[in-house]
Design a protein around this ligand. Structure first.
Ligand code: 1GP
Length: 274
C-alpha cells in the first residue's frame, strides 16, 4: 500500500514539470547536430571546434573577426561557454555569432545560466571524471525543464577532466580532481562507463590554457573503448598537436585560447587535422 502511493506520487511528479502543460514523454528530443557529428565521425572526417569564451572577448569587432575567420577557413563548429562569465556577454555573444556565421553553435556550459535557444545545441555535461554529485545529476535536474522549454537540442556528454599540468578554472570551479595525465586506463574505463550510461559523446579536457594537452596514449585508450564521438581539448596550440590528437582518435578537436590570441591559426589547424 505504501509502495503504491509512492509510485503514484513519483509518476505524477516525474512526468509533469511546473510550467510545462504537456507530459515530457510526449515530446521528441532533437538529434540534428549529434547525427551530423556522428555521420562525420563515421566517415572519418575530423572536425575543428573553435571555443569562444564570452568572458575573453575583447570587443564585438574582435568577435565578428573570429566568426569571419571561422567561416573562411573551414572550422566546423563553434562552441560557446566558460567556467565563469563575469561580463554578462553570453547571450549577446551567441546573437553576434549567429549573425556572422552559419556554422553550428554549441553551448559548452560552465553553469546552468548558460542556456540560449538561439544556439543549435547544448552539451549536457555530466562530469564523470569527478565525484561531485551536483555535476553528475544535481544541476541537470534544475536545467532540464529550462532546456525542455527552450527547444534546444541537448547532447548528453560525458565530461572528463584530465590533469594538464596546472590547476585550471574548470577543475577549481567544479571542485573535482582531474584524472592524472599518465592514467590512461582510468580515463578509458571512465569513458566506457559514460557510454554504457547512455551518454552520446565524450569530451576529454585538459582545461583551458593547460600547460600540456592530453597525451596521445590516453586519447587512444579512450577511443579504443568507446563508439560515441570524442571531443578533445585543452592546451592545444599548434597544428601538430591538433593532428596528433586526431591521429590518436579525437573526432573533434577543440581549440580556444590559441585561436583567441591568433584567429589566423584556424586554416593551419584545419589543414593539419584533415
Ligand atoms: C577548454 O577544451 C577547451 O575547455 C579549450 O582549451 O583554451 O586551452 O584551447 P584551450
Amino acid at each position: 500500500m505504501i509502495c503504491c502511493c509512492f509510485q503514484k506520487y513519483s509518476f505524477k511528479n516525474l512526468l509533469f514539470v511546473e510550467g510545462l502543460t504537456s507530459p515530457i514523454a510526449k515530446t521528441t528530443l532533437k538529434r540534428n547536430l549529434i547525427n551530423h557529428i556522428l555521420a562525420n565521425a563515421a566517415a572519418g572526417k575530423k572536425q575543428l571546434a573553435v571555443l569562444i569564451d564570452p568572458d575573453s572577448v575583447s570587443s564585438e569587432q574582435d568577435l565578428v573577426n573570429t566568426c569571419e575567420a571561422c567561416n573562411k577557413s573551414g572550422a566546423d563548429l563553434i562552441l560557446v561557454g566558460g567556467s565563469l562569465i563575469t561580463n554578462g556577454f553570453f547571450d549577446k555573444c551567441i546573437s553576434i555569432i549567429k549573425k556572422h556565421s552559419s556554422l553550428p553553435v554549441i553551448i559548452f556550459p560552465g553553469n546552468i545560466m548558460q542556456v540560449n535557444p538561439e544556439a543549435d545545441a547544448i552539451l549536457f555535461l555530466s562530469l564523470i571524471s569527478g565525484r561531485n554529485p551536483d555535476l553528475l545529476i544535481g544541476k541537470h535536474v534544475l536545467a532540464a525543464p529550462v532546456l525542455k522549454k527552450s527547444g534546444i537540442e541537448v547532447i548528453p556528454t560525458g565530461y572528463i577532466i584530465v590533469d594538464g599540468g596546472r590547476i585550471t578554472s574548470v577543475s577549481y570551479m567544479s571542485n573535482t580532481t582531474p584524472i592524472p595525465s599518465d592514467k590512461a586506463a582510468i580515463a578509458a574505463t571512465t569513458a566506457l562507463a559514460g557510454e554504457m550510461l547512455g551518454l552520446q559523446s565524450i569530451y576529454m579536457d585538459a582545461g583551458s590554457g593547460a600547460l600540456q594537452p592530453i597525451s596521445t596514449e590516453m586519447i587512444q585508450a579512450v577511443k579504443q573503448n568507446i563508439s560515441v564521438p570524442l571531443f578533445v581539448g585543452g592546451g592545444i596550440r599548434t597544428p601538430e598537436q591538433a593532428k596528433a590528437a586526431c591521429m590518436a582518435g579525437a573526432d573533434i578537436v577543440v581549440v580556444g585560447n590559441a585561436i583567441e590570441k591568433n584567429p589566423e591559426l584556424i586554416p593551419s589547424l584545419k589543414a593539419a587535422i584533415q
